[in-house]
Design a protein. Structure first.
Length: 187
C-alpha cells in the first residue's frame, strides 16, 4: 500500500496524453475534466503520502515531475492550438529545461539533492496552473476575458517564470560552489 501514492502519480503522468489530445482537437471541456482529475489525484496522493507516512525519495521526484509534465504539455498544446503566444511557451519550457539540466548536472557533479521547490517556484507553479485553467475555461466558453486582462495574465506568468528560473540558477550555483569548495578543503 505504501506505493499507492507513487502509482497515482504515475497515472497522473499518463493523463498528459489525453490532455494534449483534447486540447489539440479543440475539446476544451474534456481537457478541463482531465485537468480536474489530475489536480484531484495530486491532492489525493500528497495527502496519502503524508497521512500514512508513505513518502519516499522516488515519490518526491515523481510528484513534481508529473506536475511539470502536465503543465508543460498543456502550455505546448495550447501554443500549438494557437491559444497562447509561442514565446511564452518557449519561456516556460526553457525554464524547466534549465532547472532539470541543472539538477542533473548537480546530481552528477556534486551528489544527491532534495527536490524541494522554493517559495518563488511554488508561486510560479500556482500562477501557471491558474493561467492554464483560466485559458481552458475561456476556450470552453465558460468565461470571457478582455484582451487587456489576458495580456496582463501573460505578463504575470512571464515575469514569475523568468524570476523563478533565475532564482534557481543563482541559488543552486551558490550551493554547487560551496559544495565544491568544501570538497576541496576536505582533501
Amino acid at each position: 500500500m505504501h506505493h499507492l501514492p507513487n502509482l497515482i502519480t504515475v497515472l497522473r503522468i499518463v493523463l498528459v496524453v489525453p490532455l494534449c489530445w483534447l486540447i489539440g482537437v479543440g475539446r476544451y471541456e474534456g481537457a478541463l475534466a482531465v485537468a480536474a482529475v489530475a489536480g484531484l489525484s495530486d491532492a489525493v496522493d500528497g495527502w496519502m503520502a503524508k497521512r500514512f507516512g508513505w513518502q519516499s525519495w522516488v515519490g518526491g521526484m515523481l510528484d513534481p515531475l508529473a506536475d511539470k509534465l502536465l503543465l508543460t504539455a498543456a502550455f505546448i498544446a495550447l501554443a500549438l492550438a494557437g491559444v497562447l503566444p509561442a514565446w511564452l511557451t518557449v519561456l516556460v519550457v526553457t525554464r524547466d529545461l534549465v532547472i532539470v539540466g541543472g539538477a542533473f548536472a548537480y546530481h552528477r557533479l556534486i551528489g544527491r539533492f532534495s527536490a524541494a521547490p522554493s517559495a518563488l517556484s511554488k508561486g510560479n507553479t500556482t500562477i501557471q496552473i491558474v493561467f492554464v485553467l483560466t485559458e481552458l475555461l475561456r476556450m470552453a466558453g465558460w468565461i470571457a476575458l478582455s484582451a487587456s486582462v489576458q495580456a496582463m495574465m501573460i505578463a504575470i506568468v512571464a515575469a514569475f517564470t523568468f524570476a523563478s528560473g533565475a532564482h534557481y540558477v543563482v541559488v543552486w550555483s551558490r550551493r554547487a560552489r560551496r559544495a565544491a569548495a568544501a570538497r576541496k578543503e576536505g582533501r
